[in-house]
Design a protein around this ligand. Structure first.
Ligand code: GLU
Length: 939
């Protein structure tokens, strides 16, 4: 208690000087300012309102211009509420509630001084003996007994309220504010007797965050005033912003110094990045009302805003309820351009029609008008008039003016002021019922109306602690518009906000703004927010319809990851491309999907390629159709040859070339062609087994037969040069057997390979985005499996080269030679091609098919076409000849070709002699070659 009194004395000492100035009646007259108004009553309720704005010049008088809405309207709302209570004779047993209403001038220091009036009686009244008049006489005590206030309604601006609350708590005076939203005021350890009918700014910060999130504004600037309202509001906003990852581009703490404001606005514009799509376009505004006009003016100037420049990127203000929509100064002149599109929060309230009626009925001269001295000042200011003019004066008379109905925009917090007064009255009523239960209203009509009730003693000294905790916090009542009013345990009101958007009506001429320019676009309460975006300014005619961007960086396109520019700056990033096979585990990390897996379209996951697009040869693709076409033609051609051969089976040409081997050759060719169909089929273990054995075997049959053919001729000729002894194993049976044996080696090898590595399929990944179904043996192993065939080709080629000049059977060896050279070329080029196109299984398979078919084609064309030509077109050559040559040759031929078909030998010899004749005619040069010798021997 001692410390409380010490503090009070300290405050009193500090404010003494100022109190003396403002108590000076000359001061009042020279400035025309009314310090307070007093309404007598049994119980006095205090009131503090910003009847005047803060003075522009801090050195001079603390009060500025009269504030119509936040000041005078609120004072009248309090008086009106008291009238309503006083009119109820049975409420509070008919005690009359009086008022002591002070003007805070929106200035905390001044308001603190003013508030001393609330506690003057508690800190002692003046002692007349201490004073002496100028003429030496003792002054008379003019003191009129003052009553302590039981509670105070106010202040409005948090900076003022905090100061007053600090004083009132010392004297345990309860305070109920209808407008102060500073979050600290909920702290009951500091403001034990403070309550309010409005919520804490912590909710307002959350509402702002929700609005920002709704429009995806993740990068905003923050401007706050250097006072209790701005600083606490900004703190709450920053805290909420951190929670939801909204970044603050720049924070500007502003004072009313013009130069500082200019610098702050330049910084905001820098962060707005007017030339770029991104930037902190939204500026959150937590400032007291007096900062806004200058802020708008300077913004318009710094940004060189001119009307009609709609495309220009402008700041979008997201303002707290400190923004007064009734203040025309905000939107005067070019300020309007700066304010356009602002989103403004307002505490949800309803108009009070009965109050509006009351206010509109006020007119100079009426009691209700005259009790509020500030109304006179307002009238003079508003109607530019004078009171009490002499009758002859032609100056505009204030008495003639009334508040015009159509022009009346009551303050938005009228409802809260009335609620605050009602709350105190209800608490007093509840208290009276407890502390003076027997102090009841007289039942007889006469005594009820003849006697002014005395206040029961316990009610004359109200202990704030009891009054606040026991009665005020527990009040529950319905206000004038039917809203249920009650306080939270911290003494706060409920948090409901209306979201407004400033959309100046362009049709209206002139610069003045009015309330109609603020369009209600939504609401916010703790559990829900509604915003009708179609009503937003940017959705109006002429706008592009999209919410503006307020982001540091635009979202990365799909498949890109965020690369944070600073580790702790989560809103600004560059975009880095992920590899095609990577997916995003989070916004900043690309991760490899792994072999055979591919990212989904949205890049959030991976899928198995094999399940979606497993690749293998398909019948309907050109890669299959073309080789299959080749193969079909090849098979048909081979079949035609077979048919012709069968048809001419007994003719010399067919017989002489060794029918068995010819048929083996033809069947091998069909096998070769057929391999195409195996290769283009979907790989299965069976298909793979056929592929691994079939290709090698078909080739081995083909080249084994050719090898046997060339080898036989070579052996015959080399033998013939040495002796007349015929070489062994040249009979058809032996030829076939040798062929079968040679081909069998390949078959055996392949089967053994199948046994060691059982056939199967596997997934191959030639590229990251492909999964190919293929046989389970690698390409090089397949190539090794053809090594034996290659050896046969080489041998065959060697023998073909050796016997290339043997004219036997129409130069058959020569044609075999051609066939073998071409085959070598085909095989070599295929090998290079096969490994060169390793990444494309389709090209690889197609090339293999075509190469196999080509090998067969080459053999078919080179070996069989000369014979077919003779069979079909030179039939005269394909007959048995009965001439001498035949007889001459018969014996020696027989001796050479043991057991060869006689007819064939005869015919063959006949043809051979014919051939020889032609070749000796063609070449005049002697041919002393082994070949001719061999021929001689052979024949
Ligand atoms: N909520 C503001 C403050 O706490 C006051 C707004 C008003 O008076 O309407 O400073």
């Amino acid at each position: 208690m001692f410390s409380l009194l010490a503090m009070a004395t300290q405050i009193l000492a500090n404010v003494n000087a100022l109190a003396q100035i403002v108590d000076d009646p000359s001061y009042l007259s020279s400035h025309g300012h009314v310090r307070n108004i007093r309404i007598p009553g049994d119980l006095i309720i205090g009131g503090v309102f910003p009847v005047h704005a803060k003075a522009d010049n801090p050195e001079g008088h603390p009060c500025g211009e009269i504030a119509e809405t936040r000041g005078v309207h609120r004072v009248e709302a309090m008086l009106y509420a008291l009238d309503i209570i006083n009119a109820q004779k049975d409420f509070l047993r008919g005690y009359k509630l009086g008022a002591l209403i002070l003007d805070s001038c929106s200035n905390p220091a001044y308001a603190l001084n003013q508030s001393l009036d609330f506690v003057r009686d508690l800190i002692g009244s003046s002692d007349v003996s201490e004073y002496q008049c100028a003429d030496g006489s003792t002054p008379e005590n003019k003191y009129v007994a003052r009553k302590n206030v039981v509670a105070v309604v106010g202040g409005s601006y948090s900076s003022v309220t905090v100061q007053i609350a600090n004083l009132l708590r010392l004297f345990r005076i309860v305070q109920v504010s209808p407008a102060s939203t500073n979050a600290d005021l909920s702290d009951k350890s500091r403001f034990e007797y403070f309550a309010r009918t409005v919520p804490s700014d912590n909710y307002q910060a959350r509402a702002m965050i929700d609005i920002a999130l709704n429009f995806n504004w993740t990068y905003v600037s923050l401007v706050y005033s250097a006072d209790e309202y701005g600083e606490l509001g900004a703190d709450a906003f920053k805290k909420e912003a951190r929670r939801v990852n909204i970044c603050i581009a720049i924070e500007e703490r502003i004072s009313n110094k013009k130069e500082a404001l200019t610098e702050s606005i330049d910084n905001l514009i820098k962060k707005l990045q007017p030339d770029k799509q991104v930037g902190a376009r939204v500026v959150v505004l937590f400032v007291g009302t007096e900062y806004v006009p200058e802020l708008m003016l300077q913004t318009a100037e710094r940004m060189k805003l001119k009307g009609g420049t709609k495309e220009q990127k402008k700041i979008i203000w997201l303002a707290s309820e400190g923004w007064d929509r009734n203040n025309d100064a905000y939107t005067l002149g070019t300020r309007k351009l700066a304010a356009e599109g602002a989103i403004v929060l307002m505490l949800e309230s309803q108009r009070v029609p009965s109050f509006e009626e009351y206010f509109l009925s006020l007119h100079p001269g009426s009691d209700k008008f005259e009790r509020n001295k500030w109304l006179r000042e307002l009238w003079m200011h508003k109607f530019n008039c004078e009171f009490d003019l002499p009758p002859e004066s032609t100056v505009n008379r204030c008495e003639a003016h009334r508040q015009p109905k159509e022009d009346f925009n009551p303050d938005d917090k009228i409802q809260f002021v009335i609620e605050a007064v009602f709350a105190i009255a209800h608490a007093l009523q509840a208290m009276k019922q407890v502390v003076c239960p027997n102090d009841t209203v007289e039942t007889s009509w006469i005594s009820r109306h003849s006697k002014i009730p005395d206040v029961c003693t316990p009610m004359t000294h109200i202990d704030g602690d009891v009054f606040y905790n026991k009665f005020l916090l527990n009040v529950k009542f319905k206000d004038l518009v039917g809203k249920r009013v009650h306080f939270s345990p911290q003494g706060d009101g409920p948090a409901h906000y209306t979201i407004l958007n400033y959309q100046p009506n362009r049709v209206r001429s002139g610069d003045s703004s009015d309330r109609g320019d603020y369009v209600e676009i939504g609401r916010w309460s703790e559990d829900a927010m509604e915003i009708d975006e179609t009503l937003m300014f940017w959705n109006m005619e002429g706008g592009d319809g999209k919410a503006p961007v307020s982001q540091c960086s635009l979202p990365c396109p799909r498949g890109y990851r965020k690369q944070l520019i600073k580790v702790d700056e989560i809103c600004c990033w560059a975009c880095g491309k992920c590899d095609d096979f990577e997916f995003l585990v989070n916004e900043t990390t690309c991760v490899d999907c792994g072999k055979g897996r591919w990212p989904t379209k949205d890049r959030t996951d991976c899928y198995d390629l094999a399940h979606h697009e497993l690749k293998h040869m398909r019948w309907n693709s050109w890669y299959s159709i073309v080789p299959a076409g080749f193969a079909v033609i090849g098979i048909l051609a081979t079949l035609v040859v077979i048919v012709i051969y069968i048809q001419y089976n007994e003719t010399p040409v067919v017989k002489a070339s060794g029918r068995e081997l010819s048929y083996i050759l033809l069947v091998s060719m069909i096998m070769c062609y057929s391999m195409t169909f195996v290769l283009v089929s979907r790989p299965t273990p069976l298909v793979c087994a056929i592929k691994r054995t079939g290709i090698g075997f078909a080739f081995s049959c083909l080249y084994a037969a050719m090898f046997v053919k060339t080898n036989r001729i070579a052996r015959i000729f080399s033998q013939a040069t040495r002796s007349a002894q015929r070489p062994g194993c040249i009979s058809p049976i032996s030829q076939v057997l040798i062929t079968v044996l040679l081909a069998g080696v390949q078959l055996l090898g392949s089967l053994l390979w199948l046994y060691i590595v059982p056939p199967g399929t596997r997934h191959d990944y030639p590229t990251r985005d492909q999964v190919v179904l293929t046989c389970n043996v690698p390409d090089h192993q397949f190539l090794y499996s053809l090594a034996y065939d290659a050896a046969l080709i080489v041998l065959c080629t060697v023998y073909a080269v050796k016997t290339r000049k043997v004219p036997e059977n129409f130069n058959e060896t020569k044609f075999i030679g051609f066939s073998m050279y071409t085959t070598c070329v085909v095989w070599l080029s295929w090998i290079f091609f096969f490994f060169g196109t390793g990444s494309d299984f389709q090209i690889q398979t197609t090339s293999l098919c075509i190469s196999i078919s080509m090998s067969a084609n080459v053999a078919l064309v080179c070996i069989f076409s000369p014979k077919l030509w003779i069979i079909l077109f030179e039939k005269h050559k394909n007959v048995r000849k009965q001439d001498g040559e035949y007889r001459l040759a018969k014996s020696s031929y027989r001796s050479t070709l043991c057991n060869t078909d006689e007819i064939s030998a005869t015919q063959y010899t006949a043809l051979l002699s014919d051939q020889r004749r032609r070749s000796s005619r063609k070449s005049s040069q002697p041919s002393p070659s082994i070949t001719s010798n061999a021929h001689d021997t052979f024949l």
